[in-house]
Design a protein around this ligand. Structure first.
Ligand SMILES: O=P(O)(O)OC[C@@H](O)[C@@H](O)c1c[nH]c2ccccc12
Length: 275
């Protein structure tokens, strides 16, 4: 069983929801990423979504776009990111790491080489925003044969027919993008999300995570009531931006934001158990 499936299985057994922070690798400086990942785990992260910075991140809003720019200015490459995962694994063998980004950097390395390296350093999943499952053939096969889960996005506009296709191709979990638009946009609408998750679950028994528009403990706790995982990106990345010129303080500051969300989710979980 993959590290991701194992993680969800354990959480579900305890009636808990996964908390998945997104951070861009190498932002604001390469050395920060590994200590930040450890701090996030300590603050309650169950899975880490590590962004591979890209020069043209078309699904990302200004906050994550700027994070990509900061990281790229430091010459962060896919190779150096794989090295960060390797370093992270020296002290953490249980927290799944999902590489999240656009297909271009993976293509540039070559899918075969990427699959081999990613498996060796301990990457558990990949989410390539601009690669729809129908076009993922060779890539997906390589990920499968190297035990790396392929995670795909479902959007509010995704048709039932495409949901079926995505459910066929997805491994690990399915990522439901709660709102149309880019990362860091408006707040999500919980009733709409609830209805959509019901629909997605008709097609898959995989866990379903929700991201986009989760900004605080309240929205995290609300989503946790209906989703298997809560993904938080821009709120954390904004905190990284604010600490860009005092990076020593950054891991603790970002971790404390995440810890607030963890507490809010747990409080709700407990309330619903006793209700
Ligand atoms: O930033 P938000 O609104 O909290 O949403 C999570 C999101 O940042 C993260 O999962 C992500 C970063 N880049 C993406 C591109 C597409 C889909 C998702 C993402």
């Amino acid at each position: 069983m993959s590290r991701i499936s194992e993680c969800f299985k354990n959480l579900q057994a305890d009636g808990q929801t996964a908390l998945i922070p997104y951070v861009t690798a190498g932002d604001p400086e390469p050395w920060v990423t590994v200590p930040l990942m450890h701090a996030l785990v300590e603050a309650g992260a169950d899975i880490i979504e590590l962004g591979v910075p890209f020069s043209d991140p078309m699904s990302d809003g200004p906050v994550i776009q700027k994070a990509c720019e900061r990281a790229l200015k430091n010459d962060v490459t896919l190779d150096s990111i794989l090295d960060m995962v390797k370093q992270f694994r020296e002290k953490n063998s249980h927290t799944p790491v999902v590489l999240m980004g656009y297909s271009n950097p993976l293509e540039a390395m070559g899918y075969q080489k990427f699959a081999e390296k990613a498996q060796v350093v301990g990457v558990d999943g990949v989410l390539t925003v601009d690669m729809p499952p129908e076009e993922s053939g060779e890539f997906k096969q390589l990920m499968d044969s190297h035990d790396i889960d392929t995670i795909f996005l479902v959007a509010p506009t995704t048709s039932a027919q495409r949901m079926k296709k995505i459910a066929e191709y997805a491994k690990g979990f399915i990522y439901y993008v709660s709102i149309k638009g880019v990362t860091g946009a408006a707040a999500l609408e919980i009733n709409e999300v609830t209805a959509k998750l019901e629909e997605i679950r008709r097609y898959t028994s995989l866990p379903v995570g929700v991201g986009f528009g989760i900004r605080d403990g309240r929205s995290a706790a609300a989503v946790a009531q209906v989703a298997d995982a809560v993904v938080v990106g821009s709120t954390l990345v904004r905190c990284i931006e604010e600490h860009a010129n005092r990076p020593q303080e950054l891991p603790a500051a970002v971790a404390s934001l995440l810890a607030e969300m963890r507490h809010a989710i747990n409080a709700r979980d407990l309330a619903s158990v006793s209700a």
